[in-house]
Design a protein around this ligand. Structure first.
Ligand SMILES: [Mn+2]
Length: 385
C-alpha cells in the first residue's frame, strides 16, 4: 500500500500579484502529480489548503480537476480535508466538494473517517482555536472509532498547528493528539517536519512552493515537495520527495544604505543560477531607505534575469522582529497586540468572517464569545463552546 501525502498547495494564490507566481504553483502541483503517477500509488492524501481561498480562481479549480482526474482514472483514491484557507467562513460549501464525482472523498466533522482496504483514514477540516473544545471532542471521537476498527493500519489527516513546532499560534499540543495511528498526515505548517509520535510518524510535508520569504530557509534545508508513505511493512516508512521546478528565492541582507556591493552580490547569485529556467526572486532586507531612483536602476539592470527584486526595511532588532517585518501575519499580530491568545484568535476569526461580508455570522460569534466570558472579562473555558 503506497500513499502520497500533499499539503498546503494553495492553488490560485498569486504571490506579489504576479501571474508568473500563480502559474508557478500550478506547475509544481503538476510536477508532483507526474511524480506520483510514476510510482503507482493507491491513495493520495490532501491535508488542507489545497486552494488558497474558499472561493478560488476558476483556473485553480480547473488545474486541480485536470490533474486529479489523472489519478482517479487509474483508480487512485483521493482523500481531502479543508485547511483554514479553503474552508468557508460563511454558510457555503468548501470548494473540494465540487470534485466528489471525480472520486475525491472529503473528510470533515460530519464524515470524519472512511476505510479503504486495510486502512482506516480519519480526517477533520481545520478547526480554529476559538473552537478548541469542538476540536478536542472530534479528535476523541475519531480516536475512539479508530481504536475499535479492525483495520491493519490507521491514518489521521489534520490541518492544525502543534505548539512544539509553532509556539506563537497553535491549536494543539503534541499530547492532545490522538494515539494509535500509524501516520499523522498534517497540514498548516509550511515547513517540512517529520517526527515520531506514539507508534507512528507525524509529518508536515510543508507547502509545495516558497509561498513567502519566511519559507526560504526551509527550502534551503529540505527543498519543497511532498512525501510518500509505505504502509506495507510492520512500520510505516516515509520518503521525502523534493520537486525540481521550484522558482528560487534569495534573501540578501544589506548592511548599509549604499548599493555599491549589492550589484556584485546579485550578479554572483545569478551566475550560480545559470541553467535554471525560472528567473529568481530576490528579497533585499535593508536598514536604511533606498532612493527610489537607485532602486529602479537596480531593478532595471537585472530585469532580464530576475522575476522580482523586493525591498524590505528592517531595523534589525531581534530575530523575531525581523521575522515579523517579513510578513504581516494578522493572527500573530492580534495575539501579540491583545496580549491574549484567546482574544487574538477571536479577533482574527471575526476579521476573517467580516472580510467575507458575514455580518450575521460575525454577530453570532460575538454573542457566543460574550456568553463565554465572566464578569472579569476573562474567558471561562469550561463552558460549552
Ligand atoms: Mn497553508
Amino acid at each position: 500500500m503506497l500513499i502520497a501525502h500533499f499539503s498546503d498547495i494553495h492553488l490560485g494564490k498569486r504571490p506579489y500579484n504576479l501571474e508568473e507566481r500563480e502559474y508557478d504553483i500550478y506547475d509544481v502541483f503538476r510536477e508532483a502529480i507526474e511524480r506520483v503517477l510514476e510510482d503507482h500509488i493507491d491513495i493520495l492524501l490532501l491535508s488542507g489548503d489545497i486552494f488558497d481561498k474558499s472561493k478560488p480562481l476558476n483556473r485553480a479549480l480547473k488545474v486541480f480537476e485536470e490533474e486529479i482526474a489523472k489519478l482517479t482514472d487509474r483508480n487512485v483514491k483521493v482523500y481531502a480535508i479543508s485547511g483554514d484557507h479553503d474552508y468557508p467562513k460563511r454558510r457555503d460549501i468548501p470548494p473540494i466538494l465540487l470534485f466528489k464525482r471525480l472520486g475525491v472523498t472529503y473528510l470533515w466533522s460530519k464524515n470524519p473517517y472512511t476505510i479503504y482496504r486495510d486502512v482506516f483514514i480519519g480526517g477533520l477540516q481545520h478547526i480554529p482555536k476559538v473552537s478548541n473544545r469542538i476540536l478536542r471532542d472530534r479528535l476523541k471521537y475519531v480516536e475512539k472509532i479508530a481504536s475499535k476498527s479492525d483495520t491493519k493500519k490507521r491514518v489521521l489527516v489534520l490541518h492544525q498547528s502543534i505548539k512544539r513546532f509553532l509556539k506563537f499560534s497553535y491549536e494543539l499540543t503534541m499530547e492532545e493528539l490522538p494515539r494509535g495511528f500509524d501516520y499523522y498526515a498534517m497540514g498548516h505548517i509550511h515547513r517540512y517536519i517529520k517526527r515520531r509520535w506514539d507508534k507512528g510518524w507525524l509529518v508536515y510535508p510543508g507547502s509545495m512552493d516558497i509561498l513567502d520569504i519566511s519559507e526560504i530557509p526551509d527550502f534551503e534545508n529540505n527543498g519543497k515537495g511532498f512525501v510518500f508513505l509505505d504502509l506495507s511493512g510492520d512500520e510505516a516508512e516515509v520518503y521525502r520527495i523534493k520537486l525540481d521546478n521550484i522558482r528560487k528565492q534569495f534573501i540578501i541582507k544589506v548592511k548599509d544604505g549604499s548599493l555599491s556591493n549589492l550589484s556584485s552580490t546579485i550578479s554572483r547569485i545569478l551566475t550560480n543560477l545559470s541553467g535554471e529556467n525560472k528567473k529568481p526572486i530576490i528579497h533585499l532586507v535593508i536598514r536604511e531607505t533606498i532612493a527610489r531612483s537607485d532602486l529602479e536602476e537596480l531593478r532595471e539592470s537585472f530585469s532580464k534575469n530576475t522575476l522580482l527584486i523586493r525591498i524590505l526595511y528592517s531595523r534589525e532588532k531581534s530575530k523575531e522582529e525581523v521575522k515579523y517585518a517579513y510578513r504581516l501575519d494578522l493572527r500573530e499580530l492580534f495575539i501579540r497586540e491583545l496580549n491574549s491568545e484567546f482574544l487574538g484568535e477571536f479577533a482574527y476569526e471575526l476579521f476573517k468572517i467580516l472580510r467575507e461580508g458575514g455580518e450575521q455570522e460575525a454577530t453570532k460569534l460575538v454573542f457566543e464569545f460574550f456568553k463565554k466570558k465572566n464578569w472579569k472579562g476573562r474567558v471561562d473555558d469550561s463552558s460549552k463552546a
